[in-house]
Design a protein around this ligand. Structure first.
Ligand SMILES: [Ca+2]
Length: 321
């Protein structure tokens, strides 16, 4: 073979080797990525299955507890103290039930009638009282009330300070949308209402919630902390914030069983609940499930509601999957 031909063969061989090695690297990378993806997909599927399994355990636990006793729950209830914990060498699962009754149910602002949702005057008084304590401007509060009711009600007629589809789907609003014509499923939905954005999200994030009911606004007194003083005051016509703080701070650790017991504990206060109701038990819960497995983490928050002797999942939020 001539030297010139040898050189061409050598260069060709080198090129082929180079080409093959880059293909190998490419395949290697893709292989690794697909392996990781497969592992992640498997983790995702397994997480979803595990979340459902823990939910079943939680529903059973809540049913068992509330069917035995649905009139009194304090912070020490077995529901909140005994978590579901499963541990292996490579990971663990923890499921924890929380009481979420200490919040202002925005859906209590309306009452369901045969034909429509109408304002719940008692709860609106509580809403106004809470906003007054938070020093929100009165005209903005009127707008918020009417916008909330218009978002839920089934008609297209705006209330005095409300807004209907013509506004939400019109040029002044982005993105274009329509009112719900139903109760709120998620607190985030409130962000669509201009008055709520003007009042400021923190007030809503800290104090409000969405339960799947439109009964009077109520809270379980046995689950209150000092941070709930605004909520507690808003149940009354004129209970001051510092009086609320005093009462909450001095509630007995074992809880209170009824209104008579509460009045005896605080004889110098006129505890006449005008804007809602005080309860001594809970029917709304969060189940928070966390899964850790090797490098992966996932979390699920399931909202559980107990009604008519049965508990059911109202909504779910997943993180990490
Ligand atoms: Ca309306």
């Amino acid at each position: 073979m001539q030297t010139k031909t040898k050189g061409v063969v050598l260069i060709s061989v080198l090129l082929i080797v180079l080409l093959l090695s880059s293909v190998a690297v490419l395949i290697g990378n893709n292989y690794l990525i697909s392996l990781k993806r497969a592992a992640y997909l498997e983790f995702q599927t397994t997480s979803l299955n595990l979340f459902r399994n823990i939910e079943s355990l939680a529903l059973r636990k809540i049913n068992e507890e509330l069917r035995l006793n649905n009139t009194f729950h304090n912070k020490k209830s077995a529901l909140y103290l005994n978590d579901f914990i499963f541990e292996t060498e490579k990971g663990r699962i923890i499921g924890h039930i929380d009481d979420v009754s200490s919040c202002f149910n925005i859906n209590a602002m309306v009452q369901k009638t045969d034909a429509n949702f109408i304002p719940n005057k008692k709860t609106i008084k509580a809403f106004k009282r809470l906003m007054e304590l938070k020093r929100v401007d009165n005209s903005l509060v009127d707008e918020a009330v009417d916008q909330i009711i218009d978002w839920i009600d089934l008609d297209s007629d705006p209330r005095a300070f409300g807004l209907e589809d013509y506004y939400y789907s019109g040029p002044l609003n982005t993105p274009k949308e329509y009112t719900g014509k139903r109760l709120f499923y998620s607190l985030e939905e409130l962000k669509s209402l201009p008055a709520i954005r003007l009042i400021g999200w923190n007030i809503f994030d800290d104090n409000f919630c969405t339960h799947p009911e439109s009964k009077d606004f109520s809270i379980n007194i046995n689950s209150l902390d000092i941070k709930h003083a605004y909520l507690f005051s808003s149940l009354f016509l004129d209970l001051t914030l510092s009086d609320s703080e005093y009462i909450i701070a001095n509630l007995p650790e074992e809880g209170v069983k009824n209104l008579g017991e509460l009045s005896k504990l605080f004889p110098s206060y006129e505890l006449d609940v005008q804007n809602g109701a005080i309860k001594f038990s809970t029917n709304s819960f969060n189940l928070i499930t966390r899964i850790e497995f090797e490098d992966y983490n996932s979390e699920s928050i399931s909202r559980i509601y107990y009604d008519n002797n049965n508990s059911y999942i109202f909504s779910r939020i997943y993180n990490g999957i």
